[in-house]
Design a protein around this ligand. Structure first.
Ligand code: F6P
Length: 326
């Protein structure tokens, strides 16, 4: 393997709180080990367009507490083509970058995997997404902050839901995964979570209604994961109006506020550990792995597993919500 002297770093896909803490950790750990650090702006698009600046330790001062990503981010259509990836490779050669650290979610790490194979190039991935949908890691950078943000919003909505004795469907992000919906439902004492993982298994709305909340409670909060399969919060509310008109139903779609804000201590520590581990992985001759965390231990997860295997929902959590919301 070529001796690594210069490391490129980029953030890609949806931003997530804690990405800056990860950028800081990768940069500082790399500098500590004598590497040059080249910061690539705007994800893969910046790699194609040669938007690259050398970073020092000072470049990452005072950012650990910031949400978003100082490197900016993008979803690059051009990188999906072989020509786009070839252009990206030429930029890498021009700057003599020997390895990349990519911080992003499912799409970003799939891109990293393809690029690494096509150009026989070492890449280490860090799971940066609020969705928590990457296989092989218990949590992803940004997930805990988003959960806390959702919980605070639900607490506020409950005040009005209970005053008006209404049924609220609160839609949260997650792409096609229900981790945010399920765990924020538990954290906020909600009555149910409607998640894409169960969309084809049973009618989640009918099951929730059949539990007869009207008998014991004067308001209900249901967390709904965004999803084409379930119709999202608006689709469910439409169904309720027709099928269960006795409910006074309202919808709240939390949207992009879930992605913002200062990262929690959990996300800052996770990002710092993972960023440090990314450099250790390169020193250890690892390539094409995502850094994960399992049972509080850092693990290396091959890209092929991280992006190809569907991360399962924990049935015990589903049962916990069901029992505690009775
Ligand atoms: O993957 C992160 C995420 O926030 C998803 O939860 C959501 O579906 C998507 O990104 C939204 O993307 P955009 O900001 O491009 O609309």
């Amino acid at each position: 393997m070529t001796k690594i002297k210069t490391i490129g770093i980029l953030t890609s896909g949806g931003d997530a709180p804690g990405m800056n803490a990860a950028i800081r950790a990768v940069t500082r750990a790399a500098k500590f080990n004598g590497f040059r650090v080249m910061a690539i702006y705007r994800g893969y698009r910046g790699l194609i367009d040669d938007e690259i600046v050398e970073f020092t330790n000072k470049s990452v001062s005072n950012i650990i507490q910031l949400g978003g990503t100082i490197l900016k981010t993008a979803r690059s259509d051009e990188f999906l083509s072989q020509e786009g990836r070839q252009k990206a490779y030429e930029t890498i050669r021009k700057h003599e970058i020997d390895a990349l650290v990519v911080i992003g979610g499912d799409g970003s790490l799939s891109g990293a995997r393809q690029f690494a194979v096509e150009h026989d190039f070492p890449i280490i991935g860090l799971p940066g997404t609020i969705d928590n949908d990457l296989y092989g890691t218990d949590t992803t950078i940004g997930y805990d902050t988003a959960l806390n943000t959702i919980m605070e919003c639900v607490d506020k909505i409950r005040d009005t839901a209970s005053s008006h004795e209404r049924l609220f469907f609160i839609e949260v992000m997650g792409r096609e995964a229900g981790f945010l919906a399920l765990n924020s439902a538990i954290a906020s004492g909600a009555e149910a979570a409607i998640i894409p993982e169960h969309a084809t298994q049973f009618d989640q709305l009918a099951e929730f209604i059949s539990r007869g909340f009207r008998k014991s409670k004067n308001s209900s909060i249901v967390l709904v994961a965004e999803s084409k399969e379930t119709g999202g919060a608006l689709g469910l509310a439409e169904r309720v109006k027709v099928e269960f008109p006795e409910y006074d139903v309202r919808v709240s779609i939390l949207g992009h506020l879930q992605r913002g804000g200062s990262p929690t201590a959990h996300d800052r520590i996770l990002a710092s550990r993972m960023g440090f581990a990314a450099i250790e992985a390169l020193l250890d001759d690892q390539r094409n792995v995502m850094i994960g965390i399992r049972d509080d231990e850092i693990v290396y997860v091959p890209f092929s597993k991280a992006v190809k295997i569907k991360k399962p929902i924990d049935d015990k959590l589903v049962e916990t919500l069901r029992v505690l919301s009775t």
